[in-house]
Design a protein around this ligand. Structure first.
Ligand code: GDP
Ligand code: K
Ligand code: MG
Length: 302
């Protein structure tokens, strides 16, 4: 019997949703960073085995947010839930062992809305590699089970791929019968050019100071195959909502932008298996995070 299913990954920012998806797909599909809100759009990763195909729907962290962009982020998480066959809720065990009060604050509000979607719920108790004494997990697991009586719990380390096979078995137990929908070498339902823009955004995240990345968006303006050179020529624009940020992104004598470009170029080349010529431009677009038309054009709305 062949199985096919859509699996929503939800949870607070930084719980490890994108890391788990990348571990399953075996390649970097979603960008990962220590900063919350790295994942803006709904990103999918396709896992194909001999007898099953799973489409993981990675989502932005679910938390209370203000502003239009943040509303889009939330909507996207709930839409993933609605189109899923099962949901995996990621929780950061290391964080909640250290700060038990956060468990009630961050996880308790998810129980009802997720429950109302009527999907089987698996809670992946993540980052167990960071917990030295396994006994420390017990009170936390007890409180979690109390909060979420309908859920199944699986301790994992998404980063070190520990417990992830057990989690996959449990996911498959809730996956309906169905045919393979995508070729086995396809790793995402998201177009390559969008994945390329995400790679550039990830490099921005790592290179900029805390407050900067949230004001930036990346758009691929040109994507041309140069068949003579066996090369892809890509032009991308980095939009920032603040004029004062433009200089910071570019850096002294363009050094920062150059570094971002060179790291992103290598990674995009790896992703598409071709040489890449990448040009980056920085443009100021004030107020873009509150502009519904622009958000939609950037794929941030539904
Ligand atoms: P997301 O916001 O839920 O998508 O979280 P990310 O996947 O972006 O991960 C947030 C941070 O937690 C990154 O720095 C990851 O490397 C880290 N992380 C994720 N899973 C694990 C894990 O199992 N163990 C450890 N030690 N770190 C993890
Ligand atoms: K993150
Ligand atoms: Mg993420």
């Amino acid at each position: 019997m062949h199985k096919f299913g859509m699996i929503a990954l939800i949870g607070p920012p930084n719980a490890g949703k994108s890391t788990l998806m990348n571990t399953y797909i075996g390649q970097k599909v979603a960008i990962v960073s220590p900063k919350p809100q790295t994942t803006r759009n709904r990103i999918s990763g396709i896992l194909t085995t001999d007898d099953a195909q799973l489409v993981f729907l990675d989502t932005p962290g679910v938390h209370r947010l203000r502003g239009k962009m943040n509303r889009f982020l939330l909507e996207s998480a709930w839409n993933a839930l609605a189109s899923s066959d099962a949901v995996v809720v990621l929780v950061d065990a290391a964080l909640y062992c250290a700060k038990p009060q956060l468990l009630d604050k961050e996880i308790a509000p998810l129980v009802k809305p997720v429950g109302e979607a009527g999907r089987p719920v698996l809670v992946a108790v993540n980052k167990i590699d960071r917990i030295k004494e396994k006994d420390q997990l017990l009170p936390f697991m007890a409180r979690l089970a109390e909060l979420w009586p309908e859920a199944e719990f699986v301790p994992v380390s998404a980063l070190k791929a520990k417990g992830t096979d057990e989690l996959l078995e449990r996911i498959l137990a809730h996956t309906p019968e169905g045919p393979q929908m995508f070729p086995e070498d396809q790793i995402s339902t998201v177009p390559l050019r969008f994945m390329a823009s995400e790679i550039i955004r990830e490099k921005l995240f790592y290179s900029l100071r805390q407050e900067l990345p949230y004001s930036t968006a990346v758009e691929i303006e040109q994507w041309d195959e140069d068949s003579r050179e066996d090369m892809v020529v890509i032009n991308a624009v980095i939009y920032t909502s603040r004029p004062s940020h433009k200089g910071m992104i570019i850096g002294k004598q363009g050094a920062n932008l150059k570094a971002i470009g060179s790291q992103a170029r290598q990674e995009i080349a790896e992703l598409i298996g071709q040489k890449v010529h990448l040009e980056l431009w920085v443009k100021v677009r004030e107020g873009w995070t509150e502009d519904p038309g622009f958000l939609r054009a950037m794929g941030l709305g539904e």
